[in-house]
Design a protein around this ligand. Structure first.
Ligand code: ZN
Length: 228
């Protein structure tokens, strides 16, 4: 997995900033999995996308993932670090699973896009499964059973983390959206890079390309001289 270089990161940010979060996730997926043809990315299982994004994150920003969560009961802010061994093992999800004799595709970004406009989450979940069943109606199988089977087959599709609030004792699970998390880091890093380019270009008259081509260590050394 090649880490994002300064110039790739800035180009990614420029293309992704005005887009919908689902499109940003696909842009990140394209960076993370350059061997997959672009037209196939939206039809890959969500877990394959999320796992590739996590590998890109680790190679670009390191394996320490800092997270925070406000307790839904008392508002206490909980901060923790997510280590790689706390996440499910990475495996290629199957294209589909069988539940009570019916086949269901593992959900993809295209499936999510179909229901992204829906405000009723229950209805959206039903529609998602309908799309995955390829039918106009889901046969009489309990939704939990289908969701459980899909989750076991593709645990990276919808990551959640267990928490317990140290202040009030509330415990529960919180979703972890790899694409949003990584995009946030890309956004912060891109703005930082733009500041650095601005300062160095102003001081030395170098072009953006010249500044981005500097190694991070060399760029920091010059920046320390410009704004100690
Ligand atoms: Zn609490």
């Amino acid at each position: 997995m090649l880490p994002l270089t300064s110039s790739r990161l800035l180009a990614l940010w420029e293309h992704g900033a005005p887009r919908h979060p689902l499109d940003r996730a696909l842009l990140l997926f394209a960076q993370a999995a350059p061997d997959i043809p672009a037209e196939q990315l939206a039809d890959r299982p969500l877990g394959e996308c999320n796992a590739a994004l996590m590998r890109l994150r680790w190679s670009s920003f390191g394996s320490r993932v800092a997270l925070w969560l406000d307790c839904p009961t008392c508002g206490e802010r909980m901060e923790f670090e997510l280590m790689p061994d706390q996440l499910p093992a990475m495996q290629q999800p199957p294209e589909s699973v069988e539940v009570a004799g019916q086949r269901f595709r593992c959900p993809t970004s295209r499936d999510l896009a179909r229901v992204a406009h829906m405000v009723d989450m229950e209805l959206a979940a039903d529609q998602l499964l309908l799309g995955c069943a390829g039918n106009s109606e889901v046969p009489g199988i309990p939704r939990e059973q289908i969701e459980g089977a899909l989750e076991s087959a593709d645990p990276w599709a919808d990551l959640s983390l267990a928490f317990q609030c140290p202040a009030c004792g509330r415990d529960g699970e919180a979703g972890f959206d790899v694409a949003s998390y990584l995009w946030e880091e890309v956004d912060v890093s891109a703005r930082q890079l733009l500041n650095e380019v601005h300062l160095l270009a102003q001081t030395y008259g170098w072009s953006e390309a010249e500044i981005l081509a500097l190694s991070p260590a060399r760029r920091s050394a010059y920046l320390a001289r410009v704004a100690p």
